[in-house]
Design a binder for this molecule. Structure first.
Ligand code: PMP
Length: 323
């Protein structure tokens, strides 16, 4: 779909996959005016093709658009386009267990212009790719490194959006953590370097003394759709879930007191990712739940994947059947 000033979004079309033609001065290549989303289409056993809370993706896309000075999209229209795209050929949604069709809607600024300003011309695209299970060997708890040198986001910045720049500025930390044999980093706030924010491409939850705690969305954390769904599920099960600031010192103290019962990340790709090991500053190592999957992580994983693949009753009306 194109956007031109004066015309709005126009010319929705489905084209064969291939390279793009862009002017070397296209603004997205220089000033990072880009936003994206990540979602999946799932095939149920009865043949239905399901999307999981796609309205939330388009709502979040518009939040990102607003912060990046990109014109808003009509959320219902874009969802309609996406459904048409997914249903061109039902056979491209893989059938094997735990597989899905990953969908990547994104918008780039295409004006050829060397100079910093918001663009007047944009391209909205969706690419699709079949994906297997995120953890082919199963739900093994991951090892996470608490990042103390680099910062991902600060309040007033773009941390709450899905824009390329957030990910390019995270690469160095991720690279160094991988070199030390860690899966991802746990980000702390950019000012005091004290409050827990999120993990790589996931939001993060801790079970401390029976209560589930997750950092509140205060402007520098991405509002994950899996995060929102996990909170709703756990509250529905009668668990106490609190969204608040949680410092790394408080977490370490809870660990020392034997009260840190479980930790996990939430995100579209991994769904639920149990955290078995946290390293804070190479001196404080926390082995959570003996490095095993906790009962809350397992229950959330089963329920969410059950709803997404149409195996469990969708009491919340989260799935959209693609016609
Ligand atoms: N935080 C970041 C930085 C992410 O990239 C993602 C993945 N989109 C998430 C959290 C989780 O969000 P969601 O549950 O919507 O996939």
């Amino acid at each position: 779909v194109d956007y031109d000033e004066g015309q709005g979004w126009h010319d929705a079309r489905i084209v064969p996959y291939g390279p793009l033609s862009l002017d070397p001065a296209a603004m997205c290549l220089h000033y990072g005016q880009e936003v994206f989303e990540g979602m999946k289409a799932y095939r149920a056993d009865d043949g239905r093709v399901l999307l999981f809370r796609p309205q939330e993706n388009f709502k979040r896309l518009n939040l990102s658009n607003d912060r990046l000075c990109i014109p808003p999209v009509d959320e219902e229209f874009m969802l309609e386009c996406l459904e048409k795209f997914v249903s061109i050929d039902a056979d491209w949604i893989p059938k094997a267990p735990d597989t899905s069709l990953y969908l990547r809607p994104f918008i780039i600024a295409v004006d050829p212009h060397l100079g910093v300003r918001a663009a007047n011309h944009y391209l909205f695209m969706v690419i699709a790719s079949p994906v297997g299970p995120y953890y082919p060997e199963g739900l093994d708890p991951v090892k996470i490194y608490v990042e103390t040198k680099y910062v991902r986001a600060v309040k007033g910045g773009t941390g709450f959006t899905k824009t390329a720049g957030n990910y390019s500025s995270s690469l160095k930390a991720q690279y160094e953590a991988k070199e030390k044999n860690y899966t991802q980093v746990l980000w702390l706030d950019g000012v005091e370097r004290k409050y827990i924010e999120e993990v790589g491409t996931m939001n993060v939850f801790f079970k401390i003394d029976g209560e589930i705690i997750t950092p509140s969305l205060d402007g520098s954390i991405l509002g994950g759709i899996t995060r929102k769904s996990a909170i709703e599920l756990m509250r529905g099960w009668g668990m106490k879930v609190t969204e608040r600031r949680l410092s790394i010192d408080e977490l370490a103290k809870a660990y020392d007191d034997g009260k840190l019962e479980e930790a996990f990340g939430t995100g579209t790709a991994a769904v639920i990712s149990p955290i078995g090991h946290l390293n804070w500053g190479d001196t404080k190592i926390m082995n959570i739940n003996n490095g095993e999957i906790g009962p809350v992580s397992q229950r959330l994983y089963d329920e969410l994947t059950g709803i997404q693949w149409g195996k469990v009753e969708d009491k919340y009306g989260w799935t959209v059947t693609v016609k």
